[in-house]
Write a protein that binds this ligand. Structure first.
Ligand SMILES: Cc1cc2nc3c(=O)[nH]c(=O)nc-3n(C[C@H](O)[C@H](O)[C@H](O)COP(=O)(O)O)c2cc1C
Length: 167
């Protein structure tokens, strides 16, 4: 699929329903490759990833209202901030956001679908305990991904004139 950058950005939607299909490891590696080329303050690259599938993935479903998304996805990518690499919390969190958007756009460009899950962070401590995550790693997002099911509803955004502050 070839499309220009703006069209790629505009046509990406959160995908919450997936087909039962496996995503090959090679595709996951490319998604993480897109992630690691995100910009970060001082180029500190504070992101860390964990990929879960099958039963390990489904354990996470107990920690979110969006359990159907986790269960329906082929895999989930947990995105952590490595506090040992952190130099400025706000900037590091922005870098993590850039890294996640890189993934979402690459996933979309590859004909796959994903949903960024944030509500699950309400249970980040419980998740860290159950997955025995090292204490320097702070969970920032879970990305559920798979082959897209039914096409999501059309996206909507505020008009540009509500976003640009006049001088
Ligand atoms: C920080 C963040 C947290 C989000 N958390 C959730 C979530 O927990 N569950 C969910 O279904 N979607 C979640 N989303 C997806 C948003 O609902 C979605 O991006 C927004 O409604 C715009 O829709 P679109 O992605 O299709 O353009 C999250 C998105 C972001 C950026």
């Amino acid at each position: 699929m070839k499309m220009d950058a703006l069209r790629l950005i505009r046509t990406r939607r959160s995908v919450r329903r997936f087909k039962k299909a496996r995503i090959p490891d090679a595709a996951i590696e490319k998604i993480l490759e897109a992630a690691r080329w995100a910009p970060s303050g001082l180029n500190n690259q504070p992101w860390r990833f964990m990929v879960l599938e099958k039963d390990q993935k489904d354990v996470l479903a107990d920690f979110t209202h969006y359990s159907y998304i986790v269960r329906g996805a082929d895999k989930v990518i947990l995105v952590f901030l490595d506090r040992n690499e952190s130099y400025n919390y706000a900037k590091d969190i922005m870098a993590i956001g850039a890294c996640i958007q890189n993934m979402l756009l690459y996933i979309h460009a590859s004909g796959l679908g994903a949903c960024w899950l944030g509500e699950i962070l309400n249970k980040r401590k419980e998740i860290a305990r159950i997955l025995t995550i090292s204490s320097n790693l702070e969970l920032e997002a879970v990305i559920a991904l798979g082959k897209p099911g039914p096409r999501p509803k059309r996206g909507s955004r505020k008009k540009l004139n509500r976003l640009v502050i006049p001088l």
